[in-house]
Design a protein around this ligand. Sequence first.
Ligand code: GAL
Length: 344
Amino acid sequence: MKKQKRLWITAAAMAVVLAGCMVLQGCSGDKKDEKKSIRIGVVLYRGDDPFINNIRSNLEDKAKTYEKGTGIKVVMDVADSKGNQNTQNSQVDRFLSLGYDAICVNMVDRSAASYVINKAMDADVPVVFFNREPVEEDMKRWEKLYYVGEDAKESAVLQGNILVDLYQDNPEGLDLDGNGKVSYVLLEGESSHQDSLIRTEWSIQTLKDGGVPLEKLTGGIANWDRSQASALMEQWIEEFPKEIEVVICNNDEMALGAADALERSGDSRPVKIVGIDGTPQGMEGLKSGKLFGTVQCDSKEYADVIFEIAAAESLGQNVQEKVELNQGKYYECSQHTLTAESLK
Ligand code: GAL
């Protein structure tokens, strides 16, 4: 009888411990692994930027395939900051106050990331920055800050080599008038963007290193924008009639703008225009012969990585096991060259 009572007491004690464990587990970090839905907020510096828009649609596709593959429901809310940092700050505040699990931020003003970081740290919500890189001091402030982008020097060297290869094969493909100089104009992106300066510098350096005898006619900033580029190019065509042989552009949109102006001018010389991005619009430009070449970054990989980091963080998983990161927080997407010739 005594023995039976002891057994009952032991069994009851075990049941209490077991129940306690279950309750504790329910409240601990493990609960995150059992989450059946995640909520991710995305803010875009400008929704009308074709390169960014392409990443956005790839992100939306990725969210759908992730849902199908994992059974985890994804709520992804995308907000367009329309080039206004204050608007973007309010959009971030809204996502945080609604308790989103992670936010993906394409800064309007990349030097103003501290507002977003302070708020995210207070709310303990991880941030995946992309395309517009916060300064290093900001990125170092917290282990839950990530950046996904591309190596600007690599884009530029690949772009420069498209022209070097052409020159080495056939110098008159670039030096259209055969005067021993390749006369170029240059269209640059936003001056505050980390990629503009590096793309410009390394594209020109690569041409020089490749033995192309360059002569700069002029250059200007067109802020990644097709119509601004087109307006500048129109002026330059008037200033240097039939002299421009090459147009080097920091992105495809500006390359397309230059091509628009050239077409309007009626100049039918085979001026070589090169861009960077490989957007759907850029690819069309290559196919129709408006652009000579571009450097395509893998925008599917770009979006997949942004999403994978945000999802892993949302579920409390180890991000490093899902995505290989530099210094635990940076990811650079792969890039490759495309020319009208290679598309054939
Ligand atoms: C660059 C891209 C541009 C523009 C810009 C916006 O990386 O080449 O086309 O989208 O980002 O930040």
